[in-house]
Ligand binder design. Structure first.
Ligand SMILES: *Cc1c(COP(=O)(O)O)cnc(C)c1O
Length: 373
């Protein structure tokens, strides 16, 4: 057998993630590895933390990147905060809410599930009712931007409901961070996680997280040790914080952290507000074009996630054939439907660096061409 280096094609990634990575991020990742306890690396990590605080709009000292993808960030929030027997209200309006529920069950905690229809935001009245009938619940967990459907939920209102009821909020911002407003301190989010490969346009494999002082107090008051050694934040913080004497916990993914630093720098230099506006503008442009092609959005206008556009696949159209034609003839990736929407919907991502006019034009032209055949 003769093996060769793997040279990937240059695709345009307009699916649910990973998104197009900034060229400067790819360049940053290929710089020389240095020791993960090297003083210069630690300086870079401190800056990375400040940039993450900016992205999350928080002053939480416990803000860092988990050395694993978004799913590990989700798990980190649940295993650190929730103990067996505690009650958690879990909102489910798509695949990722279902995964939150799975986390709760595996912890031996008690889940109260609030189901909202696929393709819709989490229904506030149903959450209010669940809180009223379960005043003993300790947490409210929900997904801000449901990538499986393209629905954006009202995180501000949901977090206020949790706070008024004395509950801690656990919020998934994997797809929302960087693309729409996420205001951790202003909204009072207690535990939040995201992913590197969606609107941050970094390489996949890292999960930014942040914990409020109330969440940290809850972790410190645990009666049982966190069941996951790797995700135990009290240990991880010894490496990320440590006040001058950082201790080895695991080998940080040095080059991936260079990449995240660079991606966050791009976001910081553009400015959050400008980034949110750009996502909105590109979404509007795409939506107009899709409308002209006769494609219909599944999510009502007021509940749409600009960075993830879900449209119904027209009758008689071969889903897989269209997507492979886009990939093979145009180097363009769009997302298939997930869960209840498998075979029924396409998910067109406009995430981070991918939310550009030229991508919107290419996507519309390519869809027009392949659909007319
Ligand atoms: C992508 C995604 C995840 C999981 O992130 P991975 O990096 O794939 O583990 C979780 N929640 C939402 C909303 C996502 O879009």
């Amino acid at each position: 057998m003769h093996y060769q280096s793997f040279i990937p094609p240059r695709r345009i990634l307009m699916g649910p993630g990973p998104s197009d990575v900034y060229p400067s991020v790819l360049a940053a990742q290929s710089r020389p590895a240095i020791g993960h306890l090297d003083p210069l690396f630690i300086q870079m990590m401190d800056e990375l933390k400040a940039l993450l605080q900016y992205a999350f709009q928080t002053e939480n000292p416990m803000t860092l990147a988990i050395s694993a993808p978004g799913s590990a960030g989700m798990e980190a929030c649940f295993v650190n905060l929730v103990e067996a027997g505690e009650k958690v209200i879990v909102c489910r309006n798509g695949v990722f809410g279902g995964r939150m529920l799975e986390n709760v069950k595996r912890l031996g905690a008690e889940a109260v599930v609030v189901d909202s229809p696929w393709g819709r935001a989490v229904e506030i009245e149903k959450v209010q009712a669940a809180i009223a009938s379960h005043p003993d619940a300790k947490f409210l967990a929900f997904v801000h931007g449901e990538t499986s459907t393209g629905a954006l939920s009202d995180a501000k209102t949901l977090c206020a409901l949790a706070k008024n009821a004395g509950m801690l909020s656990i919020v998934d911002t994997v797809t929302s961070l960087g693309g729409v407003p996420v205001k951790v301190d202003e909204w009072g989010i207690d535990a939040v996680y995201s992913g590197s490969q969606k609107c941050l346009s970094c390489v996949p494999g890292l999960s930014p997280v942040s914990f409020s002082p109330s969440a940290v107090a809850k972790i410190k008051a645990r009666k049982t040790p966190v069941q996951s050694w790797f995700l135990d934040q009290s240990l991880v913080m010894g490496y990320w914080q440590g006040d001058g004497k950082r201790s080895y916990h695991h080998t940080a993914p040095v080059n991936s952290l260079y990449a995240l630093h660079e991606a966050l720098l791009q976001l910081h230099n553009e400015g959050l507000e400008r980034s949110w506006q750009r996502h909105q503008q590109m979404h509007q442009l795409l939506a107009e074009g899709l409308h002209e092609l006769g494609l219909h959005f599944i999510v009502p206008q007021a509940e749409r996630l600009p960075q993830l556009n879900t449209v119904t696949i027209p009758d008689g159209v071969n889903d897989a054939a269209i997507r492979s034609q886009l990939l093979n003839d145009y180097n363009l990736e769009i997302g298939a439907g997930l869960g209840d929407f498998a075979g029924k919907a396409w998910r067109i991502g406009l995430m981070g660096y991918g939310a550009r006019r030229e991508n919107v034009s290419l996507c519309l032209a390519a869809l027009k061409a392949v659909l007319s055949h």
